[in-house]
Design a binder for this molecule. Structure first.
Ligand SMILES: N[C@@H](CCC(=O)N[C@@H](CS)C(=O)NCC(=O)O)C(=O)O
Length: 235
């Protein structure tokens, strides 16, 4: 079954799911949401799939939406059991993966939200200063924790190959410098892993997709689908 991932630009955390799909070798299509274009972000077919208007959303089958990054990444890993993207539940490796993923999602991703809020604030909105201060503190705390997790390890949850946790790290840590929240050079283990990820064909593919450039898939990508063509969820 060819699944369809709805991703958004610019800089969506849905980047992680593109990378994971590419690493998995599973067949998939992509549907693009332009987050700064209301016609795209509020497209009725997208809202029918996710009324929150958030990405990622994965149609595992036509009309069968799966929402939330964690659920989507774990679904991809489970559907590609020999990819090394995830591990069997209940094993120590899976416990570490689940723990790292939860941290990345509930603490690290969340740490950036006040900075995005500040970036959208009207000129002169005094709250923006406070929001940015919150983001600087929390993002640096998050990077310091990731630095500890990565000391002496090749990847966040594996020593042999990247997992879905590294895909999510690539999607989120890239926000720190453009938003001027932290310097990655202060976190050498994080910087090392991010540099390795930037060199990875799946990550390069996801960047090319986001940037609208020709993208070379390892084979799973079956092209884009227009939002109009998305199947409505079965009621
Ligand atoms: N809990 C959701 C949050 C996803 C999320 O925040 N996505 C952002 C892009 S990084 C988005 O779609 N934001 C648009 C909005 O909230 O209106 C998940 O983890 O999938």
């Amino acid at each position: 079954m060819v699944s369809t991932l709805i991703y958004s630009v610019p800089f969506g955390c849905s980047f992680a799911a593109i990378v994971a799909l590419e690493w998995s070798g599973l067949p998939y299509r992509l549907a693009r949401v332009e987050a700064r274009d209301p016609a795209s972000k509020q497209h009725p077919a997208f809202l029918a799939i996710n009324p929150l208007s958030q990405t990622p959303a994965l149609l595992t089958h036509p009309g069968a939406p799966l929402l939330e990054s964690m659920a989507i990444l774990l679904h991809i890993a489970a559907r590609a059991p020999h990819s090394g993207l995830g591990f069997a539940q209940g094993t120590p490796a899976c416990d570490r993966l689940n723990s790292v993923l939860s941290f990345l999602h509930t603490s690290f991703h969340a740490a950036f939200m006040p900075a995005f809020q500040a970036a959208r604030a009207a000129d002169g909105d005094a709250r923006a200063v406070v929001w940015r201060e919150m983001a600087v503190e929390k993002v640096n705390q998050g990077l310091a924790h990731l630095e500890r997790l990565l000391a002496g390890r090749a990847w966040l949850a594996s020593d042999t190959a990247p997992t879905i946790a590294d895909a999510y790290l690539a999607a989120t840590a890239r926000w720190a410098e453009p938003l001027r929240l932290a310097r990655l050079a202060d976190y050498p283990h994080v910087a090392r892993v991010l540099a390795a990820l930037e060199d990875d064909p799946g990550v390069r593919f996801a960047h090319a997709i986001e940037d609208g450039l020709p993208a070379t898939s390892r084979g799973g990508f079956h092209g884009h689908v227009a939002l109009d063509q998305l199947a409505a969820p079965a009621s």
